[in-house]
Design a protein around this ligand. Structure first.
Ligand code: ZN
Length: 274
């Protein structure tokens, strides 16, 4: 029975193929029929800040206007954070500081905005980091604290180390693949506890990573990311059809049991159980 609570984990620069080959725990969940797996094609440009906004609002960059990483301003759209709060649900995030800049305060004030608790803001409880090598292990510990102390209905978790190693060593490197293995290990430690607490889980990426050590373009390496869904509202199997990244926000709304915004596409993902 779903409790309409959701933890959404966006692993920065997690390529679809590397997720399939190097996330053994996530594959275990699929094989045990505890998770569904999809292949998502990201919007373009396949850059972080535009796609954080796309994932959380269901709108493409041309609509939301965050067309590059250097566009530093609050979102003008209704995000999943906004919609959840309007439905009386509580929100939290453990994420890179650009997420705070999109929904809580821009520009980021390093001394003030790193820890934001019990705020009258779209993200009521947020812990935000501002170094790309900030350890994912620490981030997941902060997420665990938010779950335990704040019990949010919607928690957004956003680790950066896969992207950081991808830029430093390229996606075709021991470092990138081993970082994906480590991320999978962190998920293995956390997900069973959160599932036990009644959370539905989404694990996806914002964009991929190329063998040049970058992203932003239109190749499969740039754009194709995984989507794992742990919920009794989806059939737990491998779904072969490509899913649009514009579906992430309506899917999150569906799992949370909140009304999607008027500009989101209708939810149209294979394997939904109504
Ligand atoms: Zn990057």
């Amino acid at each position: 029975m779903s409790n309409n609570r959701l933890i959404m984990i966006v692993v920065d620069a997690l390529r679809f193929d590397t997720a399939c080959t190097h996330m053994g725990f996530m594959q275990h969940l699929v094989e045990q029929k505890a998770a569904a797996r999809y292949e998502v094609k990201s919007e373009v440009p396949s850059l972080s800040r535009p796609l954080y906004e796309t994932i959380l609002t269901g709108t493409p960059p041309l609509v939301h206007g965050i067309v590059g990483n250097s566009v530093v301003r609050l979102s003008t759209q209704e995000s999943v954070f906004h919609l959840a709060r309007r439905s009386g649900k509580t929100t939290a995030a453990a994420a890179y500081y650009w997420v705070s800049e999109l929904y809580n305060h821009a520009p980021f004030r390093h001394g003030m905005d790193r820890i934001q608790l019990d705020k009258e803001a779209p993200i009521e409880n947020g812990v935000f980091y501002f170094e790309d090598h900030y350890p994912d292990s620490h981030l997941f510990a902060e997420a665990e604290w938010l779950v335990t102390e704040k019990q949010p209905d919607f928690l957004y978790i956003h680790p950066m180390n896969v992207d950081d190693d991808g830029h430093k060593f390229t996606a075709d490197s021991v470092s990138y693949r081993n970082r994906v293995l480590k991320t999978d290990g962190l998920l293995a430690l956390s997900l069973p506890k959160w599932i036990e607490k009644g959370y539905d889980i989404i694990v996806t990426g914002d964009h991929g990573m190329t063998s040049d050590g970058n992203h932003g373009g239109n190749t499969r390496e740039d754009r194709h990311v995984p989507l794992f869904v742990i919920s009794n509202k989806v059939q737990p199997m491998i779904h072969d059809q490509f899913v649009s990244q514009l579906q992430m926000a309506p899917l999150a709304c569906h799992l949370l049991g909140v009304e999607p915004s008027s500009v989101m596409d209708a939810l149209n993902i294979p394997g939904l159980i109504n």
